[in-house]
Design a protein around this ligand. Structure first.
Ligand code: AMP
Length: 174
């Protein structure tokens, strides 16, 4: 199996969730155990020697591979969620969407200064969500931040929003 085989399984949904958007649907990848194993092995091999102590999954599609990866890396799992979903005291970060803005949150006691963090989401588009997640993690002052997505939409240049002290990789580029 190669990453190109996985790419072929990603389904394009036209005009979802709104007109003009081509939604990259990964449910067609995740429904196949072999693809889950292939992707999680690939990410595990990439990060196994980095001393990751916490994997952060971004709501909600980042929870799937984020949780699998945390188990493989013997790291804890931390959710970054949309405003109002987390039960305990949280930090919040507002960021711009194409139209309007959104707020994400993380528990104040989720991380400490000794943590080495891997932030995971399924897809990088404009980069706003990942950049806001990095800012949230930086409030807590961890040792080092890595981040990755399975898919990157390169035409949107989301990478530009990721600060140079944060190492970013994506597995599949469009
Ligand atoms: P952005 O903040 O623009 O980088 O958007 C990234 C977030 O929105 C991720 O959590 C993705 O799951 C979701 N997303 C944005 N655009 C798409 C797309 N074309 N297909 C699938 N998910 C997308």
């Amino acid at each position: 199996m190669t990453i190109e085989d996985v790419k072929k399984e990603i389904r394009d949904i036209q005009d979802f969730p709104s007109k003009g958007i081509v939604f990259k649907d990964l449910t067609t990848v995740f429904k196949n155990a072999q693809y889950i194993q292939f992707l999680s092995d690939m990410l595990y091999n990439q990060y196994k020697d980095y001393g990751i102590t916490k994997v952060i999954g971004i709501e909600s599609r980042g929870f799937i591979m984020g949780a699998i990866l945390s188990e493989k890396l013997n790291a804890g799992f931390i959710p970054v969620r949309k405003k109002g979903k987390l039960p305990a005291e949280s930090y919040e970060m507002e960021y711009q969407l194409e139209y309007g803005s959104a707020i994400i949150e993380m528990h104040k006691d989720a991380l400490d200064e000794n943590d080495v963090v891997l932030i995971h989401d399924d897809l990088l588009a404009t980069g706003g969500t990942l950049a806001a997640s990095i800012s949230l993690v930086k409030i807590l002052g961890v040792k080092k931040i890595y981040c990755n997505t399975i898919v990157e939409l390169t035409a949107l240049h989301g990478r530009k929003l990721i600060e140079s002290d944060v190492e970013f990789i994506s597995l599949i580029k469009y």
